[in-house]
Design a protein around this ligand. Structure first.
Ligand SMILES: C[S@@+](CC[C@H](N)C(=O)[O-])C[C@H]1O[C@@H](n2cnc3c(N)ncnc32)[C@H](O)[C@@H]1O
Length: 282
């Protein structure tokens, strides 16, 4: 079946027209860009706080914690950073390689989910739950029949990793809903899948420090600092690999290399990517 996709794939300012050229010119003019960035951040934070996300309070509580002491244990000295990863990104001069980006990532993730359904007045908690459960439901319908070892690539501060791990552990593996022939008899309650082991991987050790702090019950087997393009995992390691809201941030070549790497360490199950179209950015 051929599905007709909407024609408009980019906002007006991202094309080749006069508006796009004008915006690009402003971005390239340093003092104007600094002002635009400042204003955009202000609006982003105000919008989040108006929607009940305690952006500045969250950031402050990380700043006042001892989280920075976690960095040396998480840091993998063998890791190198590709050029695209060292560029300014999301308004941070050091991209994801700084504490500020890591301290704000949780609030930014909650805000992102709210922007998926701009027409509905959802709480940020409900939006986040809907975002994750949509992915989990698709996984339960189409995912591999049995799951034990899971890798969440580009895990950031661990929100996607913890949600996925808890879903697989408590709701049963996809086998039970997607593959009825392997389902338990009705009288048997769905067991907790204690055997599920999940690893969260990210290139930013700052993000991983926040993820590790959030994982206060040590549910996740490991928070691994590595480049998704070259993880060092041996063959046959995982039943499921997820990339949740990662690929849209990568250059095409990196995406190809990451998928090549996943095939190299041979996943017996599936690779899953979730993405979203974010509308009405402030
Ligand atoms: C938008 S965040 C993903 C958020 C998270 N998966 C979620 O769903 O909430 C993208 C993450 O991908 C990570 N990332 C980008 N390029 C990467 C690479 N080459 N290797 C590993 N992680 C990478 C970034 O550091 C960032 O934390």
């Amino acid at each position: 079946m051929t599905q007709k996709l909407p024609n408009k794939s980019k906002p007006a300012w991202a094309g080749e027209n006069w508006l796009s050229r004008g915006v690009n010119l402003l971005i390239q003019t340093r003092p104007i860009y600094a002002l635009m960035k400042h204003q955009a951040r202000k609006i982003l934070i105000q919008t989040a706080e108006k929607n009940g996300i305690p952006w500045r309070a969250n950031t402050q509580s990380y700043e006042q914690s001892d989280i920075q002491q976690r960095l040396p244990q998480l840091l993998n000295p063998a890791v190198t950073y590709p050029d695209y990863y060292r560029r300014p990104f999301h308004g941070y001069d050091r991209g994801n390689l700084c504490w500020q980006a890591a301290f704000e990532a949780e609030s930014a993730t909650y805000s992102m989910a709210l922007r998926v359904w701009p027409q509905e007045s959802l709480t940020w908690q409900k939006a986040q739950e809907r975002l994750r459960s949509g992915f989990h439901q698709a996984l339960s319908q189409y995912g591999p029949p049995s799951i034990n070892k899971v890798l969440d690539m580009g895990c950031s501060v661990g929100i996607s990793t913890l949600a996925l791990h808890r879903y697989l552990r408590h709701q049963g593996t996809p086998a039970q809903s997607a593959h009825p022939e392997s389902a338990q008899p009705e009288t048997t309650p769905t067991p907790i899948q204690a055997s599920i082991k999940t690893i969260g991987l990210d290139l930013s050790p700052y993000m991983l420090a926040v993820a590790q702090m959030q994982d206060c019950h040590h549910e996740i087997q490991e928070w691994r600092h590595a480049q998704a393009e070259s993880t060092g995992f041996p063959d046959n390691t995982f039943d499921l690999v997820t990339l949740q809201f990662v690929i849209h941030e990568l250059p095409r070549q990196a995406t190809g290399e990451i998928l090549g790497e996943v095939l190299r360490f041979y996943v017996r199950g599936d690779v899953w990517e979730s993405w979203t179209t974010i509308q009405n950015l402030p």
